[in-house]
Design a protein around this ligand. Structure first.
Ligand code: AMP
Length: 510
C-alpha cells in the first residue's frame, strides 16, 4: 500500500476539514491538499520526468509545503529523502550524493543549494517551495496514485550521526505503516478532531509522528515561528483541540518551566511524546506536575522508526506503583509490532536483570542502509536489528537503557554506564546538565570524566560535593576522576549531547 492513499481518502471523507495549518490559520483543507498533492506528483513525473523509485530530497524548515512535498513524492511512487535543514552545506551534499537524489526541494533559506547541481551528477533540479516552479508543478494534471509494494522504499532516514557519518536507513511503505499502526496501538488513538503540532524538525521525529495523524484525518499544525516556545504552544492550545507533539527531553524540560505554559489552559493538550535521549527522573517529575498525565515516552532509532519500546501515559500516571520511580527511568515495554531482546556477545538472549545489547525484529525494522550492504549486514544479523544500545529488562518486561554500547566506559576492567554517573551528579541542585565520557588512561585503560554545566556559574557545586554524591549513590569505581565545568554541552540539531565531541576534546589535551 502507498501511504499517499490517506490524503486522497481524507479528501473524500472530510473535504473541508483542515488538513494543514500554520498556527491559527488553516493552510489547506483535505480536498485542496489532495488536489495539490496529486498535481505536484503529476508535475514531478511528467514535467521533470522522474520515474518511480527516484529519490527526491527535501531541505526545508517546517512549513506546510514540507508535508505537501512528502505526500506528493509518495503519490508519484518516488522516494523521499528528508534532510535536516540545519546541516552544513557539505553535509547536505554528502546526503544528496549518497542517496543519488535527482531533485531537491528547498525553502527560500536554502536556495543556494541549487549550485550543488554542478557538483552532484544525479541532481538535475532544485525546486524552491513556495515559488514559481513549485506552483507550476502543482498546476499539472493530477496523477493517479502510483502503486507501491510494501517493500518499496518510501523514506531514506539519514540518522543524526551522533556516532559518525550519516547512513540512510531505508524505510519502506510497510515500515512506516507499521510505525503508524503501532502508534495507534501503544501511544494514543487519534480522531479527525485531533491535531499534531509539528514543533521538532519534520525531517526527524515530528515528521514520523505526523503520519498516524494524517492516517486518521487529524490536522497537522506548524508553529508560525517554525520553532517551539511556550507562548506559541499556549496559542495553539487555544485554537486546536486534542493536540499532541513530539519533544526532545531538553525541550520538555524547558517548556515545563516556561511561564507561558504555567499560565496556559492545557485542556486542549492530549499528549507530549518525548524520547530520543534520556529524561532524568527529577525533570520528568517536574514535567508531570506541570503537564499532568499527558506524557508518553518512546524509545527507538531511525533504523526502526522510533518504535522499539514505549512508556505509556498510563504508566506515567500510575504513581502508586511500588516500582514507579524505576519504571520512569526505564524506556517502557516492547511495542506491539516488534520482538525485543537483550543479547550477549554471541547473540544469545539474556534473562531479565542481565545487561546486553538490545536487538529488535519486526515489520517496522528498516530494510537496510541505502546502498550499503556491508553496514546493513553488520547491523541486521539473523533478522535482528542490532541497536548498539545496551540495556536490561526487569521481570515485568520494562527495558532500562544503560547506554549506547559505544558510550560504555571500561575502567580497570569494570564496566561503567555513564547514565548512572549522570543520574548521581544531577541530584545536586546546582547542576543544570551533565555528560559523562571516558578518556584514555595509562593506568586504568579509561578514566571517567564528567562535563558539568552549573545552574549558576558564580556558585557552582564543588568537586568535593559532587564526589560525595557519587560516593553516596554509586559504586566507588564509577566516580569521575576528573570534572570539567563548562558553560554548555555540545549538542546536535535534535538536542542530543555529542559525547563524541567531548571525547575528542579530551583527546586533544596535552
Ligand atoms: P536516532 O536514530 O538519531 O534517533 O538515535 C537513536 C538513539 O537515541 C537510540 O539508539 C538511543 O541510543 C537513543 N534514544 C532513543 N530514544 C531514547 C530514549 N527514550 N531514552 C534514551 N535514549 C534514547
Amino acid at each position: 500500500m502507498n501511504l499517499a492513499v490517506w490524503v486522497e481518502r481524507n479528501a473524500r471523507r472530510w473535504p473541508e476539514r483542515p488538513a494543514i495549518a500554520v498556527g491559527d490559520a488553516v493552510h489547506a483543507g483535505w480536498s485542496a491538499c489532495a488536489t495539490h498533492v496529486a498535481g505536484l506528483a503529476g508535475g514531478l513525473r511528467d514535467q521533470i520526468g522522474l520515474q518511480p523509485g527516484d529519490r527526491v530530497a527535501i531541505v526545508m524548515r517546517n512549513r506546510p509545503e514540507y508535508l505537501e512535498a512528502l505526500f506528493s513524492i509518495w503519490h508519484a511512487g518516488l522516494v523521499a529523502v528528508p534532510v535536516n535543514a540545519r546541516l552544513h552545506r557539505d553535509e547536505v551534499a554528502y546526503i544528496l550524493e549518497q542517496s543519488a537524489a535527482s531533485v531537491v526541494i528547498v525553502d527560500d533559506d536554502h536556495e543556494d543549494l541549487a549550485s550543488l547541481i554542478d557538483d552532484i551528477d544525479t541532481l538535475c533540479t532544485c525546486i524552491v517551495a513556495p515559488g514559481p516552479q513549485w506552483n507550476e508543478l502543482a498546476g499539472a494534471s493530477g496523477l493517479p496514485i502510483t502503486h507501491r509494494r510494501p517493500s518499496d522504499a518510501a523514506w531514506l532516514f539519514f540518522t543524526s550521526g551522533t556516532t559518525g557519518r550519516p547512513k540512510g536507513a531505508t524505510l519502506t511503505h510497510r515500515n512506516l505503516l507499521m510505525m503508524s499502526l503501532s502508534y495507534l496501538a501503544d501511544i494514543d488513538s487519534i480522531t479527525s478532531d485531533d491535531a499534531v503540532l509539528l514543533a521538532a524538525p519534520i525531517s526527524h521525529g515530528a515528521g514520523l509522528y505526523a503520519l498516524p495523524h494524517v492516517a486518521r484525518g487529524a490536522v497537522s499544525v506548524i508553529p508560525a515561528s517554525g520553532g517551539v516556545d511556550g507562548g506559541e504552544i499556549a496559542d495553539v492550545l487555544r485554537r486546536w483541540s486534542g493536540v499532541s507533539f513530539f519533544a526532545a527531553p531538553t525541550m520538555v524540560k524547558r517548556l515545563a518551566s516556561d511561564p507561558a505554559i504555567l499560565d496556559a489552559d492545557l485542556t486542549g493538550l492530549k499528549t507530549i511524546i518525548y524520547g530520543g535521549a534520556p529524561m532524568y527522573l527529577a525533570d520528568l517529575t517536574v514535567a508531570l506536575d506541570v503537564f499532568g498525565p499527558r506524557l508518553a515516552q518512546i524509545y527507538g532509532q531511525g533504523e526502526t522508526p522510533m518504535t522499539i519500546t514505549a512508556l505509556s501515559k498510563a504508566d506515567h500516571a500510575d504513581g502508586a506503583h511500588p516500582r514507579w520511580a524505576e519504571r520512569m527511568q526505564s524506556v517502557g515495554v516492547a511495542r506491539t509490532d516488534v520482538e525485543v531482546q537483550v543479547v550477549d556477545e554471541d547473540g544469545v538472549a539474556l534473562p531479565p536483570g542481565e545487561i546486553g545489547e538490545i536487538v529488535v525484529r519486526g515489520d517496522v525494522v528498516m530494510s537496510g542502509y541505502w546502498e550499503q550492504p556491508g553496514a546493513t549486514a553488520d547491523t541486521i544479523r539473523d533478522g535482528w536489528l542490532h541497536t548498539g544500545d545496551v540495556g536490561s529488562f526487569d521481570d515485568d518486561g520494562f527495558l532500562t537503557l544503560r547506554d549506547r554500547s559505544k558510550d560504555l566506559i571500561i575502567s580497570g576492567g569494570m564496566n561503567i554506564y555513564p547514565r548512572e554517573v549522570e543520574e548521581a551528579l544531577l541530584r545536586h541542585d546546582g547542576v543544570a546538565a551533565v555528560s559523562v565520557v571516558s578518556r584514555p588512561d595509562p593506568e586504568w585503560g579509561e578514566a571517567v570524566v564528567a562535563f558539568v554545566v552549573a545552574d549558576d556559574a558564580e556558585d557552582a557545586p564543588t568537586v568535593e560535593q559532587l564526589d560525595q554524591l557519587c560516593l553516596d549513590h554509586i559504586a566507588r569505581y564509577k566516580r569521575p576522576k576528573d570534572y570539567r565545568f563548562v558553560e554548555t554541552l555540545p549538542t546536535n540539531n535534535y538536542g542530543k549531547v555529542l559525547k563524541r565531541e567531548l571525547r575528542e576534546r579530551l583527546k586533544h589535551e596535552p
